[in-house]
Write a protein that binds this ligand. Structure first.
Ligand SMILES: [Zn+2]
Length: 49
């Protein structure tokens, strides 16, 4: 079998709001370093607290 880059190799972070790991998404390709929360919902929850 050829050894390609598996999807499992995508980087992950843990969301500080819901404490769940979330994986890199294509829409974050340009902004991954700035991504902290798994979703807009968590981002807003963090700021409203
Ligand atoms: Zn979250």
């Amino acid at each position: 079998m050829p050894q390609g880059i598996a999807k499992a190799n995508l980087p992950e972070k843990t969301c500080p709001v819901c404490q769940r790991p979330f994986a890199w998404r294509k829409k974050w390709a340009r902004d991954w370093d700035n991504v902290v929360y798994c979703s807009e919902r968590c981002r807003r929850a963090a700021k409203s607290g």
